[in-house]
Design a protein around this ligand. Structure first.
Ligand SMILES: Cc1cc2nc3c(=O)[nH]c(=O)nc-3n(C[C@H](O)[C@H](O)[C@H](O)COP(=O)(O)O)c2cc1C
Length: 204
């Protein structure tokens, strides 16, 4: 069985979270297929926002294709928060999946979402919650990050993660990296999705 991890990242937070999701998927016994959303910003803009250098770390990850979605038993999407919602690069790719919708190709697959934002209350929950209609319109089974990942309840330190999905907080200037709790949450999400996809197929 396969889980597609589709991500977009400028400064690497979502890439690091995607790698942790990949580990979780692998732990659950599925093949993890890591893919990135095609870039839509011109290099000039990326250069202006300091986004050309970090992406060298994931330059060898292939761009996602429609076939990647068809082949997957589960689809886990990671996007930075943009004005309280998902980024245009992910949205743009998802908007190219009307043909799959028409054929019902994604019905019954498991879906989940993870995100990153600069500030603690800068829209992580709204980003994940507003992704849910995409999965449901395709007839998919959306899963969040259950409270059995209990580190999400901590008030001892700033931590990402909510019942809606995994997340991390990059800090006002973007210099904060995903913490152990954030990465554990991403790993847990990958495992959780993997287990549910396996149960749905009846192999559990
Ligand atoms: C156009 C734009 C809009 C953004 N909107 C928000 C926002 O609504 N809330 C927030 O906390 N951070 C916002 N950010 C910060 C990004 O979420 C942050 O850079 C990202 O989470 C870092 O992830 P990455 O390293 O994977 O790119 C925005 C950044 C950009 C460039």
């Amino acid at each position: 069985m396969k889980a597609l991890i589709l991500f977009y990242s400028v400064y690497g937070h979502i890439f690091e979270m995607a790698k942790a999701v990949e580990e979780g998927v692998h732990d659950a016994g599925l093949t993890a297929v890591l893919r990135k959303a095609p870039e839509t910003l011109p290099d000039k803009v990326l250069e202006a926002i300091g986004g050309l250098e970090p992406r060298k770390r994931w330059a060898d990850v292939p761009d996602v294709t429609i076939e990647d979605l068809i082949d997957a038993d589960a689809i886990i999407i990671g996007s930075p928060t943009r004005f309280g919602g998902m980024c245009g690069q992910i949205r743009s790719f998802l908007d190219s999946t009307g043909g799959l919708f028409a054929k019902g190709s994604l019905i019954g697959k498991v879906g989940a979402f993870f995100t990153s934002s600069n500030t603690q209350h800068g829209g992580q929950e709204s980003t994940i919650l507003t992704s849910i209609p995409y999965f449901l319109h395709h007839g998919m089974v959306f899963t969040g990050l259950p409270y059995s990942f209990d580190a999400q309840t901590t008030v001892e330190e700033i931590a990402g993660g909510s019942p809606y999905g995994a997340s991390t907080i990059a800090g006002g200037d973007g210099s904060r990296r995903p913490t152990r709790i954030d990465l554990d949450g991403a790993r847990f999400l990958g495992q959780h999705v993997g287990k549910i996809a396996t149960k749905l197929r009846g192999d559990a």
